[in-house]
Ligand binder design. Structure first.
Ligand SMILES: Nc1ncnc2c1ncn2[C@@H]1O[C@H](COP(=O)(O)OP(=O)(O)OP(=O)(O)O)[C@@H](O)[C@H]1O
Length: 216
């Protein structure tokens, strides 16, 4: 289960606080693949980042016993001056993994970065960085993977490799997915959160959620 408790996010602006969402209280079952639906600016990516622990709520908290990834195409607090390899060790240490060798080699091979893996990530192009980010998250075994329009990572062949790796992970893990494509959502998810007007509703049925979303 993932519990969202009084989850509130706002940004201070010159006109006062701009609320993205306010006092969300939801329990997300751990055995479902969940889409986050909502119009542009509804707060989908913000909610995903907060669930993944790379952004903070203004109030409230996320409570879970599950091992949750960060949103896959994004980084997980990499140190730009450190190499790809050093950052893998760093991320592993944060996640309590002591023997990092196999994960380092997996990330190097999967990302296809070659010698760049031994160079600082500050020098990576945006495409290289997203490949690297995705590869690091595939190197770790999470219970829940967070995906923000993930299928846009890299070129066609890399994307195919990502999909295969993710399919393999999903045999023992679940996903929470943000996507504007209802085809993608239908294919990958069997439940949904609909974000609208600063509130959130959980739907056991993906078809009902899509119907509600399309009729907002
Ligand atoms: N630094 C910031 N200052 C003020 N408002 C912000 C800031 N960052 C994000 N926002 C606002 O937070 C809201 C939610 O943004 P978010 O990216 O989570 O939406 P989204 O549902 O993922 O949108 P999209 O579908 O367009 O990607 C938006 O209204 C956005 O303008």
């Amino acid at each position: 289960m993932i519990h969202l408790e009084n989850l509130t996010k706002y940004y201070p602006t010159r006109y006062g606080p701009k609320y993205v969402f306010k006092d969300l209280n939801l329990t997300l079952p751990g055995d479902r693949d969940i889409a986050i639906l909502g119009e542009n600016g509804a707060g989908k990516s913000t909610l995903l980042r907060i669930i993944g622990g790379i952004d903070f709520p203004s109030k409230g908290k996320v409570r879970s016993e599950r091992y949750i990834s960060w949103p896959l195409a994004l980084g997980s607090g990499y140190q730009r001056s450190m190499t790809g390899r050093e950052n893998v060790r760093f991320v592993c240490r944060i996640h309590g993994i002591k023997d990092t060798r196999a994960i380092e080699e997996y990330v190097k091979e999967f990302s296809g970065l070659g010698q760049n893996f031994e160079l600082p990530v500050a020098g990576y192009s945006s495409g290289m960085r997203s490949k690297y980010n995705f590869s690091v998250s595939m190197g770790l075994d999470f219970d829940t993977y967070l995906l923000d329009e993930i299928m846009s990572v890299g070129d066609v062949s890399f994307r195919k490799k990502c999909e295969e790796a993710l399919d393999a992970k999903r045999e023992s893990a679940n996903i929470i997915l943000v996507s504007h494509s209802m085809n993608v959502v239908r294919r990958h998810c069997n439940a949904a959160i609909l974000l609208a007007y600063g509130r959130a509703e959980f739907y056991e049925s993906i078809d009902r959620a899509i119907f509600r979303y399309e009729n907002l």
